[in-house]
Design a protein around this ligand. Structure first.
Ligand code: FES
Ligand code: FES
Length: 154
C-alpha cells in the first residue's frame, strides 16, 4: 500500500511500486487527461507536475512519486492556470488535443520561471512536448497571451 498526493488529496493505493505513475493516474485514479503515447520518455504527452516541475509519468516509477506533490491537468488551478486555459481557447490552439494537457502544464513551468519569455525561451521550454498536429505556432501565441495576462495578475 502506498499513499500518493495527487491534485491536493491523498490516495491510498494497492500497486506494484515499479508501476509507472502514468498508469496509476489513468487506471486507478481515473485521471485520463494524462496521456500515453510513446511510453519511453520521448514525446512528453504523459507530462505531469511533480513538486512544481514537469515529469514524464510514463517513465517515473510510482514509488518515486510517494511524498511528492503531483498535479495533473485536472487539478491544475490558480491564476496561471486560468490565464493559460483562456489563452488556449482564444488562440484556438487545440487540434486533436492529445498533447495539450502536457503543453499547458509545460507552459506553466516555463512561465513560472520566465514570466516574459521570448521565442527562444519558449522553444527551449516547450521542446519536450511533441505535437503531431503541428500546433507549435498557436502554442507560442497562447503562451505570449497568457504571459501578458499573468504579469497583470501577480
Ligand atoms: S508517453 Fe511518456 S514521454 Fe511519451
Ligand atoms: S493537438 Fe494533436 S497532437 Fe497536439
Amino acid at each position: 500500500m502506498i499513499t500518493l498526493h495527487v491534485n491536493g488529496a491523498d490516495h491510498q493505493l494497492e500497486v506494484d511500486p515499479e508501476t509507472p505513475l502514468l498508469w496509476v493516474l489513468r487506471e486507478q485514479l481515473g485521471l485520463t487527461g494524462t496521456k500515453y503515447c510513446c511510453g519511453i520518455g520521448e514525446c512528453g504527452a504523459c507530462t505531469v507536475l511533480v513538486n512544481g516541475r514537469t515529469a514524464l509519468s510514463c517513465s517515473l516509477p510510482v514509488r518515486e512519486a510517494v511524498g511528492r506533490d503531483i498535479v495533473t491537468i485536472e487539478g491544475f488551478q490558480g491564476p496561471l492556470a486560468e490565464a493559460l486555459r483562456r489563452a488556449w481557447l482564444e488562440q484556438d490552439v487545440v487540434q486533436c488535443g492529445y498533447c495539450q494537457p502536457a503543453q499547458i502544464l509545460t507552459a506553466a513551468v516555463l512561465l513560472r520561471k520566465n514570466p516574459q519569455p521570448d521565442d527562444s525561451l519558449i522553444d527551449a521550454g516547450m521542446a519536450g512536448v511533441l505535437c503531431r498536429c503541428g500546433t507549435y505556432q498557436a502554442v507560442r501565441q497562447a503562451i505570449y497571451q497568457a504571459a501578458r495576462e499573468y504579469v497583470l495578475m501577480v
